[in-house]
Design a protein around this ligand. Structure first.
Ligand SMILES: NC(=O)c1ccc[n+]([C@@H]2O[C@H](COP(=O)([O-])OP(=O)(O)OC[C@H]3O[C@@H](n4cnc5c(N)ncnc54)[C@H](OP(=O)(O)O)[C@@H]3O)[C@@H](O)[C@H]2O)c1
Length: 287
């Protein structure tokens, strides 16, 4: 049986992809840099391989006998260098198909550094000769889990979104689309724009989380520089904090963003709603 390699298998989209493919008869191999996480994956019955994008020999080992691969990298300035190294190694190993996580708005002239880095890798992948599907997700609903400390401490969540309405996507739907693109026909050469089914304001987000955890949660809009300070204080690198603040500025200018139909088209069902997400993650929001 041909192997499917899931990179970032311990992360948000990789673990979601793994969940959709597990137990369906596919020969799966989960990639992680950590021996401890590899052991945990093996304990769950998933074959794991230890590899790092910065170590070509480890990639050769991870990719031996692989037919299809899911490619994701945590947000980092290393994305172009590391993902191109992976594509080179995959090509050398005879991989037939790569499903890559990019970002909505990827483009060479994009205002966000992440979007420019992903555009560079998208081009590289498209020119590699390996079949591909590119997933360009909007902001994940799972990012909201970062607000858990202030939801607990103050019954509030802070950001610079203003009244913007954004079609935030549940990362579980990214995993479902990735799983389809890895195992079904008809997705080669496609770029999917992945959003939630409905644009929602942060006031609605706070309301949905509050209802799910049985506690009032207020959304507090803050100036851009305060939002940036908060992100840097929470450990985000400065360039990424700038990207996120810029993204929200843009969201405020647009007002209400239109959702894409790609999730529903690929999956034959709508993506998870905000309310559904809030209910399913209520335990995590409660802490
Ligand atoms: N969050 C959003 O709202 C959003 C929206 C649109 C697009 N995106 C894009 O989605 C991607 C992030 O996806 P995600 O949230 O699923 O990622 P993630 O959870 O942050 O991280 C994925 C995995 O990357 C692995 N990793 C990190 N450095 C590595 C290295 N040097 N070699 C091998 N593996 C490495 C880590 O696994 P181990 O520690 O186990 O090795 C980690 O679990 C980014 O490209 C981002 O631009 C994110």
């Amino acid at each position: 049986m041909k192997t499917i390699l899931i990179t970032g298998a311990t992360g948000t989209t990789g673990s979601a992809t793994l969940q959709y493919l597990k137990g369906k008869g596919f020969d799966l191999r989960a990639m992680t840099r950590s021996a401890e996480k590899a052991a945990a994956l093996e304990k769950e019955g998933v074959s794991a391989v230890i590899a790092d994008y910065s170590d070509p020999a480890s990639l050769d080992k991870a990719l031996a006998g692989v037919e299809r691969a899911f490619l994701v990298h945590t947000p980092s300035l290393q994305i172009p260098h590391h993902e191109k190294a992976f594509i080179d190694a995959a090509k050398k190993a005879g991989v037939k198909k790569i499903v890559k996580v990019s970002v909505i708005g990827a483009g060479h002239d994009a205002p966000l550094r992440l979007a420019r880095m992903h555009a560079e890798v998208e081009d590289y992948l498209m020119q590699s000769g390996v079949a591909y599907t590119i997933l360009r997700p909007h902001s994940f609903l799972q990012n909201l889990l970062g607000n858990t400390p202030t939801i607990h401490g103050q019954g509030a969540m802070y950001s610079n979104n203003g009244d913007a309405k954004i079609p935030l996507i549940d990362a579980r739907d990214i995993g479902a689309v990735a799983a389809a693109a890895l195992t079904e026909e008809g997705h080669d050469g496609k770029i999917y724009h992945l959003t939630g089914p409905m644009a929602v304001s942060f006031q609605q987000v706070a309301g949905a989380i509050g209802s799910a955890i049985g506690k009032e949660v207020q959304y507090v809009n803050v100036p851009d520089d305060t939002a940036k300070q908060g992100l840097v204080g929470a450990g985000f690198p400065e360039w990424l904090a700038d990207d996120l603040v810029t993204l929200n500025q843009w969201g405020r200018q647009v007002g209400e963003q239109r959702p894409s139909e790609d999730v529903a088209t690929v999956l034959g069902r709508p993506g998870h709603s905000l309310e559904n997400f809030a209910r399913d993650y209520a335990g995590a929001f409660k802490g």
